[in-house]
Design a protein around this ligand. Structure first.
Ligand SMILES: Nc1ncnc2c1ncn2[C@@H]1O[C@H](COP(=O)(O)OP(=O)(O)OP(=O)(O)O)[C@@H](O)[C@H]1O
Length: 302
């Protein structure tokens, strides 16, 4: 058994910065993740998710700021078997079977789990005898997940774990993950899938242009943007007048059908009713996570 850590933070990032040439990938990130939290790192392409993950794993060094994992420098935490990682492009060995690959990984860890247990925890016991290079994309992802479990880690970091998985495989993957976290472990996963962040994480950290732009429960992330969509049939106002009243951003007009995305649903409704006596079929809906995500990440330079 690995000695279970007692540090107050599973991950602590303070003033973290990382640039590649002119590109600022991580631009002053402060983040504290408590043991037992399940955190989704959500953001559009180029937001800095992978770079942040690499810094937490000690795979690259920050230009400024500090990273600690269970109170230790990243490499020390990884070497102590506290961290398991599933990255986007971990290589698969030619010729090795899945079972052999897991055994090989186990041989370089001080306190590995038994190979059978790893396969079972990852839900891939049936793949043990298959050649690792002959797996489908989704199966390969699940083998990568198994490799992340080898050290019996307290923290698992996953970069876009369900890429290439079909719906059924994704469901099985998250079920395996739920069993893993039931023992109080910490999970940090980067994703593009809003439904996964909403459904699996208890906290969402939204990144844009290398900065944290929202941090809280999925409900909180939705509430802080308070996006509303107003839909109505408006036969008595032209598109020009509608754009004059409500602007052009987030306003679409298709004949008499109007759709307005706004932070001030009540205000739009009042104006619409005052200016359009014939407006009908009016509907106001709250933001889904998708809307919140688009609203917060809109205007991203990358
Ligand atoms: N090794 C590198 N060399 C040069 N630029 C890099 C490198 N890695 C990342 N970048 C740049 O840093 C920025 C952040 O990239 P990063 O991969 O961290 O974002 P991401 O949120 O993980 O994106 P994605 O969702 O597309 O994987 C991008 O502008 C990217 O082009």
């Amino acid at each position: 058994m690995t000695e279970r850590p007692t540090a107050p933070h599973a991950v602590r990032l303070a003033g973290l910065r990382k640039s590649y040439g002119e590109t600022v990938a991580v631009d002053g990130v402060d983040l504290e993740i408590a043991p037992g939290e399940i955190v989704a790192l959500l953001g559009p392409n180029g937001a800095g998710k992978s770079t942040t993950v690499e810094l937490i794993l000690g795979l690259s060094r920050p230009d400024a700021g500090t990273v600690t994992v269970f109170g230790r420098p990243p490499r020390a935490a990884v070497d102590a078997g506290m961290v398991g990682a599933m990255l986007q492009d971990g290589a698969m060995l030619e010729d090795a079977t899945v079972g052999e690959l897991v055994a090989l990984f186990a041989s370089v860890h001080r306190h590995p789990l038994a190979v059978d247990e790893v396969l079972e925890r990852a839900g891939i016991a049936d793949l043990a005898g298959r050649r690792a290079t002959e797996l489908s994309g989704g199966q390969t992802q699940r083998v990568r997940f198994a490799l992340a479990l080898v050290p019996d880690p307290d923290l698992v970091i996953l970069d876009e774990p369900t890429v290439a998985m079909d719906v059924a495989t994704r469901r099985e993957f998250w079920a395996a993950m739920r069993r893993f976290v039931a023992a109080g472990r910490t999970v940090l996963f980067a994703t593009h899938y809003l439904d996964e962040a909403d459904g699996f994480a208890d906290r969402i950290v939204l990144l844009r242009d290398g900065r944290v732009v929202a941090d809280g429960t999925p409900r909180h992330v939705k509430s802080i943007v308070a996006v509303r969509t107003v839909r109505a049939t408006v036969p008595d106002l032209s598109a020009d007048v509608l754009h004059e009243l409500f602007g052009t951003d987030g306003v679409s007009v298709d004949g008499a059908d109007v759709r307005i995305r706004t932070a001030d649903g009540d205000g739009v409704l009042r104006t619409l009713l005052a200016r359009s006596p014939q407006a009908h079929d009016i509907e106001v809906t709250g933001a889904g996570l998708e809307e919140a995500f688009l609203s917060i990440t809109e205007g991203s330079a990358r």
